[in-house]
Ligand binder design. Structure first.
Ligand SMILES: CCCCCCCCCCCCCC(=O)SCCNC(=O)CCNC(=O)[C@H](O)C(C)(C)COP(=O)(O)OP(=O)(O)OC[C@H]1O[C@@H](n2cnc3c(N)ncnc32)[C@H](O)[C@@H]1OP(=O)(O)O
Ligand SMILES: Cc1cc2nc3c(=O)[nH]c(=O)nc-3n(C[C@H](O)[C@H](O)[C@H](O)COP(=O)(O)OP(=O)(O)OC[C@H]3O[C@@H](n4cnc5c(N)ncnc54)[C@H](O)[C@@H]3O)c2cc1C
Length: 664
């Protein structure tokens, strides 16, 4: 606006090479270059404007999303973008749309659960967007309990077709994104019935709308489920309701990689585990972890920049007041979130590796790592999305009153993000899956079966059950070995305590239900250990760039010690550390905050977000917050007229009446 960088002093304080950090954040130089180029391309294109979203009514908003999605596709084709570049473009357009589900779930479901033949038939159509698909699993009556779904797919051997039917109101599909108004097809989950036998839930490709005029096909009732939380926000998405009245589809539209139905109606299961029907959820949960770091880093970038701009109290001798970022309480709320954003980035990278590894193994019929992949994706999805949703709200509060304005970007970010705690598996339900996995691991400890992967620490269970931390000075908490031992012994002891308590119940399922709150806490401890240990592992890699490693070490220590402080109850009650050691961790945290403070702005600059993507006046790169806020206020439609509409009907009569009353 005035061309001055109001954060220049802050940027000059940085003690590390920001460009090198940008590459670490992006994952590689190539990833950085793609992200940088595509984000600038989107930011410069008025076709992707998004600042008007909170003002639009639902129909206008939705139409605008359709326009943008079509325009994005046009640009992808015109610019011959690769799959990676196209995905980045959709990401930077930053508007939830049916395309998220088409590319993020429909295509992966066909890839993961379809046979070669099915993939060859359907994927080219989906890749060219000649069909648009959604993921139709959840119903009005059941979301978490997938085995409780009621939609049926009954094989009719006479016609070689499945009859898809919604037998009850509660069997109506409810929530699938893109279903409400756009999808022409869906991967629909339904109970497979052959010859009167129920084989449980399977996926089917079902055409929903005509490819000619978009009208629902016979037997299909479909629509949008209505407004969701927040203005704009996730209301750009057409989450839908769908009912089937004896809709017929050819037999070869059942996704048949995991199990098949023959022409005669015989149900056959390949040696692939049944759980692969849930494979798309594992894939998406993995992407959600990476996405958590994006959402949190975005909120943190806004709150950090604004905290450096905002001044409040502390003026001496008529000098400037203190920047709010210098208050220790602000640092204690903000810097752990900054550290979490980096932590989630690295654990997301690792989880992507784990997912790729498990996928390759599955292709060679090695299913051994599937339970661990399920537990890791479920647990990390849960822990990172909960922390991110809470973190975005904390960032709003860190921005004081102005954080509540839509122009801060934080209300919309929160409203769009918060359902991540629920979709793709309710976070508590997912932690209970992790707890089951942990209880199984503990129960096998005496059997000679060596725990592997993320549970390998349980291999030293005897040590972990009795070790005592040898931290004596605050600096001792900077040793990765001290941190790891504390987190491993906490996680191991919480799991073992649950396992021991479970043995008191004659019915294990009853015991599991009774102890579920403790089990969830044990699962959280295990997941936090994974995040901490993957951050530490990241630091063992070659990290080029002046001062970059030192910054990451400080952030890693902040992440771990903040968790230790927040969950001191766990660490103390399990006897892993003493009260004195907990207090030393806190001392160390304070000095780490001082170390990060001069680098804070540069650490958020390393995310390399454009002002367009951030969508926040408070977080704008140049820090010129006040003139921009002032100017934006005048653009609000309410300020289009000086005297508001409704004055003559509702304000003036009131004022006049008050006048008469006053005279009386
Ligand atoms: C860039 C791209 C972006 C993309 C973004 C997209 C946009 C995002 C937009 C938003 C889009 C939102 C889109 C949406 O929201 S889509 C809808 C998402 N829905 C859910 O996530 C439902 C959550 N519920 C479940 O997953 C299941 O019902 C659970 C798991 C809870 C229970 O299940 P069930 O009652 O059947 O099971 P069980 O407990 O008896 O367990 C039985 C066995 O199975 C194993 N097991 C369980 N699950 C898995 C698994 N997954 N992989 C491998 N294994 C698995 C389990 O360990 C156990 O093993 P064992 O102990 O017997 O050995
Ligand atoms: C924005 C959004 C987009 C979505 N998109 C899609 C989509 O594209 N496709 C699709 O198929 N679905 C979609 N969903 C549905 C979503 O996956 C489900 O809502 C989610 O899996 C949670 O299931 P539920 O609604 O049945 O919650 P419920 O299971 O009914 O949860 C209600 C409460 O019960 C608790 N609870 C449930 N079971 C247990 C248990 N065993 N032990 C302890 N507590 C329990 C939960 O913790 C929660 O507190 C979407 C949902 C949202 C909000």
């Amino acid at each position: 606006m005035d061309g001055i960088d109001h954060l220049a002093d802050e940027r000059n304080k940085a003690q590390f090479d920001v460009d090198a950090m940008k590459i670490v954040w992006a994952g590689s130089r190539h990833a950085f270059e793609v992200s940088d180029r595509i984000s600038k391309l989107v930011a410069a294109d008025p076709g992707f404007r998004k600042d008007n979203r909170p003002m639009l009514g639902r129909n206008e908003l939705f139409k605008n999303t359709l326009r943008k999605a079509a325009y994005a596709w046009k640009r992808i084709i015109e610019l011959h973008l690769s799959e990676e570049e196209a995905a980045k473009l959709r990401f930077y357009v930053d508007e939830p749309a049916y395309t998220d589900l088409h590319w993020g779930m429909f295509v992966p479901a066909i890839k993961g659960q379809g046979t070669e033949e099915q993939q060859q038939k359907w994927l080219p159509l989906a890749y060219k967007m000649q069909i648009i698909g959604c993921y139709g699993q959840t119903e009005l009556g059941h979301g978490s309990n997938v085995q409780g779904l009621e939609t049926t797919a009954t094989f009719d051997p006479q016609t070689d077709e499945f009859v898809i039917h919604s037998p009850t109101l509660t069997s109506s599909k409810w929530w699938p994104g893109g279903l409400g108004k756009v999808s022409t097809h869906g991967v629909i989950y339904a109970r497979l019935i052959t010859d009167g036998r129920d084989h449980g839930v399977h996926g089917f490709i079902v055409q929903l709308r005509s490819l000619e005029d978009h009208s629902p096909l016979p037997g299909i009732t479909v629509g949008d489920i209505g407004m969701k939380f927040g203005n704009g926000a996730y209301n750009t998405m057409d989450n839908g309701v769908l009912r089937f009245d004896h809709v017929r589809i050819p037999r070869d539209q059942m996704l048949m990689r995991v199990s098949q139905v023959t022409r005669e109606g015989k149900y056959m299961q390949s040696d692939v585990p049944r759980q692969l029907v849930y494979g798309t959820m594992v894939y998406v949960r993995q992407t959600i972890v990476a996405d958590a770091s994006c959402a949190l880093s975005r909120a943190v970038c806004i709150a950090t920049r604004y905290s450096a701009v905002r001044r409040q109290f502390g003026s001496q001798d008529g000098g400037p007041e203190s920047q709010v970022i210098d208050y220790k309480t602000q640092q204690n709320r903000l810097f752990p979130l900054l550290a979490s954003a980096y932590a989630f980035r690295f654990v997301g990278e690792w989880l992507k590796w784990l997912y790729t590894d498990v996928t390759q193994r599955l292709q060679t019929n090695d299913f051994s790592t599937l339970p661990e992949a399920h537990a890791c994706t479920a647990g990390l999805k849960s822990v990172t999305t909960t922390a991110t949703a809470d973190g975005i709200e904390e960032c709003r509060k860190l921005c004081g009153g102005h954080g509540y304005l839509c122009t801060s970007g934080l209300p919309e970010l929160f409203a769009v993000y918060v359902p991540a705690c629920t979709y793709e598996g309710d976070n508590i339900v997912l932690l209970l899956q992790v707890a089951r996995f942990l209880m199984k691991t503990v129960s096998q400890l005496g059997s000679g079966k060596k725990p592997v992967g993320t549970t390998s620490y349980m291999g030293q269970i005897e040590h972990l059950m009795q070790c005592r931390s040898n931290v004596q000075r605050a600096e001792d908490w900077l040793k990765p070995s001290a941190i790891l031992e504390a987190f491993e012994s906490r996680a191991a002891r919480m799991s073992v305590a649950c396992a021991q308590n479970l043995t008191k119940f004659t019915n294990p399922e009853e015991g599991f239900a009774e102890l579920s709150a403790d089990l969830v806490e044990a699962a959280v401890a295990h997941c936090q250990l994974i995040i901490v240990s993957k951050f530490i592992e990241k630091l063992l890699q070659d990290i080029p760039g002046k001062g970059v490693r030192e910054q990451l070490e400080a952030l890693c220590n902040i992440y771990a010690l903040f968790l230790l402080h927040k969950h001191q109850g766990d660490f103390l009650s399990t006897g892993c550390i003493t009260a004195k050691q907990a207090s030393l961790a806190n001392d160390q945290l304070r000095s780490l905050y001082s170390q990060v403070r001069p680098n804070a702005i540069a650490l958020v600059d390393a995310f390399n977000y454009t002002d367009h993507f951030l969508g926040s006046i408070l977080g704008c790169y140049d820090g010129n917050v006040y003139p921009k806020l002032y100017e934006a206020a005048w653009k609000d439609p309410l300020n289009d007229s000086v005297v508001p509409e409704g004055y003559h009907e509702y304000i003036r009569p009131l004022l006049k009446q008050n006048l008469r009353t006053a005279r009386l």
